[in-house]
Design a protein around this ligand. Structure first.
Ligand SMILES: [Fe+2]
Length: 482
């Protein structure tokens, strides 16, 4: 009986791999854009690489070169430490590598070594990545964004798609951005769940800058497990909780609202930082005309029973005011496990924009007066079984709702057109798409204020699917403008 019980309980205990053959083999390899991509860099580091080993392996290093071999660098870890997790004697050793002043718009190849032994048998690699540029040179820039993902069967639908994207489009995509809730949870099973997640996603994180922000599933022990693993730009200042960077003609800003929920007295400090960041970004539109914000908790969504959808915009109204004031173009969030695309919103009301008269899916939103919000909590995780009772019909601001596992592609095609597409993870099929357009052309019809008012009246009364009211509205527009 005791034997049976032992085998039953065995999977609950972490497996500490001690074999000498793999104790210094690099694992959980991931790269991220670093300080040089920020508007106020604290160093000239262009890329940061991190891997783990089971033992201390103090001579770990990375050998990196351009794909043509013109630039060769051997880097020792700038920081190595033992990551001890929440319980048990399990730990790994984390090794962090900085690569200053790499040339932008170049492809690099690297190997990771856990020991001085230079034999390829001991190395992990080669891995190839493309280093984008923080400066705009006229080419389209694309990132992939998703939230709420683990490596269960549910999450693997998207993980496999992301691996495929990373392998086949690695010079077209500048970064994968995970908008919180990672691995469910990184610290569980004494950190082995996070280690398993990071080993599984290594096929894309080793070759694609993996940018992350914390969600409510990263809060444990003051975000400590999360912060041991990831180092976003200017980490020493902000410990992953707020940061920004530029890629091509896009400015990305991220902030962690779960930090504010845990520590409300930090709200003022974060608001101050956000104000400075967005003010600076807004005055720099000639270089980065697009400002994209990502934060795990949604400001807006329509799930009837979800407290986030009911109250976040009021709870975080000072944050929203800054997003509106400085003309943020797109806000991507997760947390609520649906895809929902909304019209431009300010203080809970739809604001003015222009559309084509026949654009009944609002695929081109022209000159919006407030940010467009996208909820992308649909990458997939263990609790995602469909619940038929879980109604999600959308409100008057809703353009599209989906419960398919998916990911978002955001492409700044030029300084006037931003394309946002949501793709189904299972087969790559298009779930939704829209352009945000900045245009002086008069081929678009302003959705008249009285129509916006009518939408807002419906929003205030009970809210319902926008599509149902759309034809009526377009007939009104036709009547007014033609
Ligand atoms: Fe969440």
């Amino acid at each position: 009986m005791i034997t049976i019980l032992f085998f039953f309980l065995l999977p609950l205990f972490p497996q500490h791999v001690k074999s000498s053959s793999d104790s210094c083999t690099p694992q959980q390899i991931h790269i991220a854009l670093s300080d040089a991509f920020t508007s106020a860099p604290t160093s000239n580091n262009t890329i940061k690489a991190i891997f783990h080993t089971i033992e201390e392996c103090s001579s770990a290093y990375i050998s990196l070169k351009t794909s043509q071999g013109s630039q060769k660098i051997t880097a020792k870890a700038v920081n190595s430490f033992q990551a001890t997790y929440s319980s048990g004697d399990y730990s790994t050793y984390v090794h962090i590598f900085d690569f200053p002043q790499l040339d932008y718009s170049q492809t690099y190849e690297y190997y990771c070594y856990g020991t001085d032994d230079t034999s390829l048998a001991k190395a992990q690699g080669p891995f190839e990545f493309y280093l984008p540029s923080p400066n705009y040179a006229g080419q389209e820039t694309k990132v992939v964004m998703f939230a709420d993902m683990d490596v269960t069967d549910q999450g693997m639908t998207t993980v496999n798609r992301l691996i495929d994207l990373a392998e086949n489009n690695f010079t077209d995509i500048s970064a994968f951005i995970h908008v919180g809730d990672i691995a469910y949870n990184l610290e569980r099973m004494a950190g082995t769940r996070g280690d398993k997640y990071m080993r599984t996603v290594q096929d894309f994180t080793a070759v694609m800058p993996y940018m992350i922000t914390a969600g409510n599933h990263e809060t444990e022990a003051n975000f400590s497990n999360f912060n041991m693993r990831f180092k976003m730009p200017n980490f020493d200042q902000s410990q992953n909780h707020y940061y920004s960077y530029n890629i091509g003609n896009m400015h990305f800003t991220s902030f962690n609202l779960d930090l504010i929920i845990e520590y409300p007295n930090l709200e003022k400090y974060m608001l101050n930082w956000l104000k400075q960041d967005l003010q600076q970004a807004n005055s720099n539109r000639e270089n980065q005309p697009w400002i994209i914000v990502y934060t795990h908790r949604p400001f807006y969504c329509s799930r009837p029973r979800d407290a986030s959808c009911a109250s976040n915009s009021e709870k975080f109204s000072d944050f929203e005011a800054l997003l509106v004031k400085y003309g943020v173009d797109l806000v991507v969030s997760g947390h609520v496990h649906f895809y929902e695309r909304m019209l431009p919103i300010k203080k809970g009301k739809i604001t003015a924009f222009q559309v084509h008269l026949d654009d009944d899916n609002f695929n081109e939103i022209v000159n919006p007066q407030s940010p467009i919000y996208v909820l992308q909590g649909m990458a997939g995780h263990r609790d995602d079984e469909a619940d038929p009772e879980d109604a999600y019909e959308g409100k008057a601001w809703t353009v599209k709702v989906s419960k398919a596992y998916s990911y978002l592609a955001v492409s700044s095609q030029n300084n006037t057109h931003l394309l946002v597409e949501d793709f189904q993870s299972s087969d790559g099929g298009l779930v939704d798409y829209f352009y945000v357009i900045k245009s002086d052309e008069e081929t678009y019809t302003r959705l008249a204020y009285e129509n916006i008012d009518e939408l807002n009246r419906r929003l205030a009364s009970n809210g319902y699917q926008l599509r149902n009211s759309l034809l009526t509205l377009l007939f009104v527009c036709l009547y007014i403008f033609v």
